[in-house]
Design a protein around this ligand. Structure first.
Ligand SMILES: C[S@@+](CC[C@H](N)C(=O)[O-])C[C@H]1O[C@@H](n2cnc3c(N)ncnc32)[C@H](O)[C@@H]1O
Length: 227
């Protein structure tokens, strides 16, 4: 990877991304402006880092940070995370996956849009190296318990101690929530050896399509955050 342009541009979104498999890889889902991942990339020059973030403005801010700070081992991909995990990452290569403060979709009728569920766990296990870790944090107690229940129901993962996260690596949302005095819930899991069958084609029911913000499907003055 070279410093300069950290935005990963795919010529074909149906072809898996090529990585240097001789170097470890860490991936952050919904990396926002990249505060956490760029700090980790600076501290670990022998590892490659990929942020996945669908909001263009945040991708640009991530890129700006890498340019200013000369970070060459971090890239950001503007794409949907479940799709990226399912189709574009190499099998069993990521040593860590980070998901910090994912959208909690607190209303019951919107919960099908949450990232964590059996589809994501399948793709996550396939992309993590055996023994690789997923680190998760949220301010939302109910989502936290739902995610733990999801992992507890999957024998391919074992809960482990979450990594220490000192203030230098807090994400933008973590910094904001801590300033507001909100409780932060963190957990981590490691992947275990298991039967390694191919992933079935990804079929997402319309009710569970990934969304950003409130999308009103009827009415002329709808405000859609989908980009
Ligand atoms: C609540 S913010 C948290 C951002 C960052 N992790 C932090 O803690 O500061 C959630 C982020 O995930 C991104 N995001 C949500 N769903 C996504 C998806 N399915 N694929 C890629 N990015 C997603 C959003 O655009 C947003 O930047």
């Amino acid at each position: 990877m070279n410093a300069g342009d950290s935005i990963l541009r795919l010529a074909d979104v149906t072809r898996p991304i090529e990585f240097d498999l001789s170097r470890p890889l860490e991936v952050e889902v919904g990396c926002g402006k990249g505060r956490f991942l760029t700090a980790r990339a600076k501290a670990n020059p022998d590892c490659d880092f990929l942020g996945i973030e669908r909001m263009l403005e945040r991708v640009r801010l991530f890129d700006g940070k890498c340019r200013r700070e000369g970070i060459a081992n971090a890239k950001v991909l503007r794409l949907e995370a479940l799709y990226t995990f399912h189709y574009l990452l190499p099998a069993h290569h990521a040593r860590r996956v980070y998901v910090f403060f994912p959208d909690p979709w607190p209303k019951r009728k919107h919960q099908s849009h949450r990232l964590f569920g059996p589809l994501f766990l399948n793709a996550l296990w396939k992309r993590l190296e055996v023994g690789g870790r997923v680190e998760f944090a949220t301010d939302h107690r109910e989502y936290f318990e739902a995610v733990r229940a999801c992992f507890a129901a999957d024998a391919r993962f074992e809960e482990v101690e979450p990594m220490p996260r000192p203030p230098e690596v807090w994400t933008e949302f973590e910094t904001m929530f801590r300033e507001q005095g909100l409780p932060i819930h963190a957990a981590a899991w490691k992947s275990l050896p298991a039967d390694d069958s191919p992933l079935a084609p990804l079929v997402i029911p319309e009710s569970a399509e990934p969304r950003e913000g409130v999308v009103r499907r009827s009415g002329a003055s709808s405000k859609s955050g989908v980009q």
